[in-house]
Design a protein around this ligand. Structure first.
Ligand code: EAX
Length: 323
């Protein structure tokens, strides 16, 4: 074959391969529905990555805990058998202990305070702790302020919650705090929760309005108390197996996509907070709006002694002092 013909064939072949660039499909999982705050955030992330990589990276979404509970999915991301998870910090402290400080009850005043901490040096420093544990934290998304639901009674003060068997996340910081309210904490993976509430294996649970809404807990719980006892951050976690193959330009695309996902997820949380309580009331839940927050904070004091020992009183103060 003449040199000229060979060169022409080669350039054709190269041109063809460039236009049929390899498409990688990323598996992303989360606990709730595609229409929920996690679904909104995950969809924005996926759309931005596909756009920013000219289609070289696409997502396949697995909502509704299709890939298992959050702990299971985090393990799969660490192992590389799952590419991404959009997860609450609930079980994350078992992988990256530095995360646990943000799970302390009544640590955050409101959404503005929480978002400022996560987006500021404290929150960003926590993200930097993940790579050494075999996980890439692309950014903070959001689950929301957690409220208590149960099938037995209104909860206004801790003594109303005392004796209730409440499902909790697999999170020692939460469980130590809830015990001071007299609650009997029962750690359980999220996929088992609806059934446990339906069968009465547990009396109640605690979750943000967006989760209570999208998981239709009004079907199995008739009391909602707006305790707001914990701010539940969430994270977009990526497998290092994917990250290490990315060009610097694609890494930037992934990080920017995570920022946009976090903003979209927070916006959906705002919307659910604004409209969700009325929807839950309409669905039959009796809502206690006036909760004695001071009584809960007072009850929590013994747990704070343990938190100060574990995380350092100064580090806790650094978070509460963020204005
Ligand atoms: O992240 O397990 C929980 O209660 C979480 O809030 C839920 O899976 C959403």
């Amino acid at each position: 074959m003449k040199f000229g013909t060979l060169a022409a064939c080669l350039s054709l072949a190269l041109g063809a391969s460039a236009s049929f660039a390899q498409t990688t499909t990323l598996k992303i999982g989360y606990a709730t529905t595609k229409e929920s705050h996690y679904g909104v955030g995950s969809t924005v992330f996926c759309d931005e990555v596909e756009k920013g990589t000219q289609g070289r990276y696409k997502c396949q979404q697995f909502p509704n805990s299709a890939l298992g509970g959050e702990r299971e999915q985090i393990e799969a991301v660490q192992l590389g058998t799952q590419d991404l998870v959009n997860t609450s910090t609930g079980p994350v402290g078992n992988f990256v202990p530095e995360v646990k400080i943000v799970d302390i009850p009544f640590l955050f005043r409101d959404y503005d305070h929480a978002r400022k901490v996560m987006d500021g040096p404290i929150g960003q420093d926590i993200l930097a702790k993940f790579p050494s544990k075999g996980i890439i934290a692309l950014g903070w998304t959001e689950n929301g302020f957690r409220h208590m639901t149960n099938s037995k009674r209104d909860i206004v003060k801790p003594s109303d919650a005392a004796g209730l068997k409440m499902r909790t996340m697999e999170n020692k910081v939460h469980m130590d705090g809830y015990r001071t309210f007299g609650i009997l904490p029962t750690p359980m993976a999220f996929p088992e929760l609806f059934g446990a509430l339906q069968q009465g294996t547990v009396d109640g649970q605690e979750n943000p309005i967006p989760v209570i809404l999208s998981s239709k807990f009004a079907q199995v719980q008739n009391h909602l108390s707006l305790t707001g006892h914990v701010y539940s951050p969430a994270l977009l976690l990526l497998s290092p197996k994917v990250w290490n193959k990315l060009s610097d330009a694609d890494k930037k695309v992934f990080l920017e996509a995570a920022q946009k996902a976090g903003a979209a997820q927070r916006k959906k949380v705002n919307e659910d907070e604004a409209n969700g309580i009325a929807q839950l009331e309409k669905a039959g839940m009796k809502v206690t709006r006036k909760v004695d927050g001071d009584a809960f904070r007072e009850a929590l004091k013994p747990a704070y002694v343990g938190y100060a020992k574990e995380f350092g009183a100064d580090n806790i103060k650094k978070i509460s002092d963020v204005k």
